[in-house]
Design a protein around this ligand. Structure first.
Ligand code: GYE
Length: 325
């Protein structure tokens, strides 16, 4: 009996706390709540943690109306596919996921479609070659725009000439491909005297950002600018630049994307020149959209986040204090 009670308690906790990995559960959902399965990428960056917290806290504050099933794929698309299949078996109302990479989703999205479950892509997209009727909508920033804005800021920081290295995110991720496209295309079209001398992936992590920056500093005699596809890699690069005896933000200009608190602090300290925002606070939009989809309504195919550009003149202590992530 005791065992049954504790099993029951565990099941209730699992359903209401919203934070547990429960994709192996065979629970068939059957209630009036909005039931959402979310397959997260992992914990590669501070940005990712902020998004996860936002989603889990939103669901935890609304347990009377929302039932969240959350899975962490540890950066592995196979785990995401398994989690999504688990959500289909549970019969959730809506499936949301942040695709680790752009490709390989046809089969599982076909299964969602067959089961009649709407799919929301969150923060990253899938390859344009995949039939877009296989997902319902995408809630994400415009990554090409972010790359372009980073290029415009870099052009000004370098006075139109110099050498730049690019610290790329996860290879094959839409956020990587599109930020690179926005940055490189702008440079190719407008900055004949700025040369992008290297691109290397740091997988969106701070440790790898630091390691590839250190290696690039050994390889090249002179680097004027760094475009990091996210703040974590820029923060790692700042450490490597200091270790090499140079001044980040002065000797080497650095522009990144995300807008997490640590990046704002680095901007205020003069070590990072700019962060182009990409908001991770998507929970309200995700759940509001899921309500509409459950009710059979149609929504825009791409719900674009509004983001800002934070250069040194814009970052103040008040802005940092107000930042929740
Ligand atoms: O910029 C990065 C994270 O997909 C938009 O993923 C997201 C990116 C974000 O790891 O920090």
């Amino acid at each position: 009996m005791k065992k049954v009670v504790s099993l029951l308690l565990a099941a209730v906790l699992c359903l209401s706390l919203a934070a547990c990995n429960d994709t192996n559960s065979t629970v068939k959902t059957n209630n009036d709540k909005l039931v959402v399965g979310f397959a997260q990428i992992g914990q590669e960056s501070g940005w990712r943690d902020a998004e996860t917290n936002d989603i889990q806290w939103y669901a935890a504050r609304n347990t009377d109306t929302i039932e969240l099933h959350f899975a962490d794929a540890e950066q592995n698309p196979e785990n995401q596919i398994r989690a999504i299949r688990g959500f289909i078996d549970m019969g959730v109302d809506v499936i949301a996921f942040a695709p680790v990479i752009e490709t390989g989703w046809e089969e599982i999205l076909g299964e969602c479609k067959k089961a009649g479950i709407p799919v929301i892509l969150v923060d990253r997209g899938i390859d344009a070659g995949i039939d877009s009727s296989l997902y319902t909508t995408m809630i994400a920033s415009d990554h090409v725009w972010a790359g372009e804005q980073a290029a415009i800021v870099m052009e000004e920081l370098l006075g139109g000439s110099g050498t730049v290295v690019e610290l790329q995110g996860t290879i094959g991720a839409s956020a990587t491909i599109q930020r690179e496209q926005g940055f490189d295309d702008y440079m190719a079209a407008n900055c004949p005297d700025i040369e992008i001398i290297d691109h290397q992936s740091g997988d969106f992590t701070r440790d790898q950002g630091r390691a590839i920056m250190a290696a690039m500093l050994e390889t090249y005699d002179h680097i004027d600018g760094v475009f990091a596809h996210n703040d974590d890699m820029a923060l790692g690069a700042i450490e490597a630049i200091k270790e090499a005896g140079l001044k980040p933000g002065e000797d080497i200009k650095i522009v990144s994307v995300d807008g997490v608190k640590g990046a704002f602090e680095a901007v205020l300290a003069g070590e990072l020149n700019c962060t182009v925002e990409c908001t991770p606070l998507l929970a309200k939009q995700i759940f509001d959209t899921a309500v509409l989809l459950k009710a059979g309504q149609t929504v825009d195919k791409w719900i674009v986040s509004e983001d800002d550009i934070y250069t040194a003149d814009k970052v103040t202590q008040e802005i940092i204090d107000a930042r929740t992530y």
